[in-house]
Design a binder for this molecule. Structure first.
Ligand SMILES: NC(=O)c1ccc[n+]([C@@H]2O[C@H](COP(=O)([O-])OP(=O)(O)OC[C@H]3O[C@@H](n4cnc5c(N)ncnc54)[C@H](O)[C@@H]3O)[C@@H](O)[C@H]2O)c1
Ligand SMILES: [Zn+2]
Length: 366
């Protein structure tokens, strides 16, 4: 088992990673023994893996469960209300515990319910998608979407523990696995050359990847996120480096109404766009650009970008909630393992990057 500490003083916790770890959940959660718990999941995850979670947890004490509907469109008020209702009906008090068992949607809703019920109760994350394992389960950002904007309503509420069992990924559809892999690659470009190399030599889509390599990659990504979050828990500044690839990525998701790309696929495109801007500015060597772009393409095919009007992307960039005074903030790689943050990227540079992305499309179309 690998253990990554997230050192946040009174809110510190550990991310535990290992194949088959679900079976020892009762031991990992022993300090929380005797507390009444509510498991939040969805019917898909529950039908596949519910029993594996329930068995060890029943040894800990009383357990109830609530299933929310599957899908990003259900990261909403109705799902949040369903979890609040279940907490209330089960009679959980301030010593109650929420256990999130699912992907990023379940984690964000369950965590926000835990953050708001009785002004905040403890919760534990047991992520079941690669994206949730390497990204959303660490850092304490929780929330739901508003009909007007994604992730508009939320809070910072750190979990008490994160338990990652990569064997859960065996049932994850390949496209979802790829989606998480782009985020891992992003972490490599951000600050870990060895992680980047490991992904570059992994099988496409990570299918059949060596267990130890997979565990190490998840651990490295969690460590990078933990280190950033430790220095900047509430996103005052540094935490925005985690948005590498997300500036253009978010804009692509917005203009296609979240229907065309998985989040990771959009980030993959955004990573190529940001790297191109850096290369054109002379911040990133040509060979490093080629290696990053090849690394992104290696992870698998992505939906097309060439039919998306550049003007629409630029408009979406201005509306990004992380834009400063209408100017998008870009994280630009300076090498594989280093970045700088810039808010002076001009429109022609972005247009150029979009053209380069479109020209690479033939290499990657799904
Ligand atoms: N809080 C954060 O810091 C943070 C960071 C990144 C992303 N997010 C959020 O995470 C969400 C995306 O998360 P996601 O990509 O995990 O999507 P998701 O939760 O919708 O899961 C994707 C699909 O996989 C299914 N699934 C989950 N585990 C499975 C398994 N083991 N086997 C088979 N199917 C499984 C789900 O039911 C769903 O259909 C977004 O809402 C995003 O905003 C949050
Ligand atoms: Zn992301």
């Amino acid at each position: 088992m690998l253990e990554i500490p997230v050192d946040l003083g009174a809110r510190a916790y550990t991310v535990s990673i290992g194949h088959g770890l679900l079976g020892s959940l009762n031991e990992l959660m022993a300090p929380l023994q005797g507390r009444r718990a509510l498991v939040v999941s969805n019917s898909r995850v529950w039908s596949l893996h519910g029993q594996r979670l329930e068995r060890p947890l029943q040894k800990l004490g009383s357990l109830t469960r609530v299933l929310i509907p599957d899908g990003e469109e259900h990261k909403d008020q109705a799902s949040l209300a369903a979890v609040h209702d279940a907490l209330w009906k089960t009679g959980l008090g301030r010593d109650g515990l929420v256990i999130a068992f699912g992907g990023g949607v379940v984690g964000d809703v369950a965590g926000f319910a835990a953050a708001t019920y009785m002004r905040g109760i403890d919760w534990v994350q047991v992520p079941t998608t690669l994206l949730a394992m390497v990204d959303s389960s660490v850092g304490g950002k929780v929330g739901i979407n508003h009909p007007g904007a994604k992730n508009l309503l939320g809070a910072f509420h750190q979990p008490r523990a994160v338990v990652i069992d990569p064997s859960l990924l065996e049932t994850l559809p390949r496209r979802q696995c790829q989606s998480g892999a782009y985020e891992v690659l992003k972490c490599g470009v951000l600050s870990d050359r060895a992680l980047f190399k490991a992904l570059h030599s992994a099988p496409a889509g990570l299918t059949g990847w060596d267990r130890v390599e997979l565990e190490n990659a998840i651990a490295s990504a969690c460590r990078i996120k933990a280190e950033v979050v430790e220095k900047d828990e509430r996103e005052g500044g540094l935490r925005r480096v985690l948005n590498l690839g997300h500036t253009i990525g978010h804009a692509l998701e917005t203009v296609t109404r979240y229907r065309r790309f998985t989040h990771g696929e959009a980030v993959g495109w955004g990573l190529i766009g940001a790297s191109w801007i850096a290369r054109r500015r002379g911040l990133l060597a040509e060979a490093a650009f080629d290696t990053i772009a090849a690394g992104v393409d290696h992870l698998g095919p992505r939906p097309r970008v060439s039919d998306i009007a550049a003007d629409k992307v630029l408009t979406a960039l201005k509306g990004d909630k992380k834009a400063r005074g209408g100017r998008a903030v870009f994280v630009l790689p300076t090498r594989i393992g280093g970045v700088v943050v810039r808010d002076d990227v001009a429109l022609p540079e972005i247009r150029h990057a979009l053209r380069v992305m479109a020209s690479r499309e033939a290499l990657t179309r799904r």
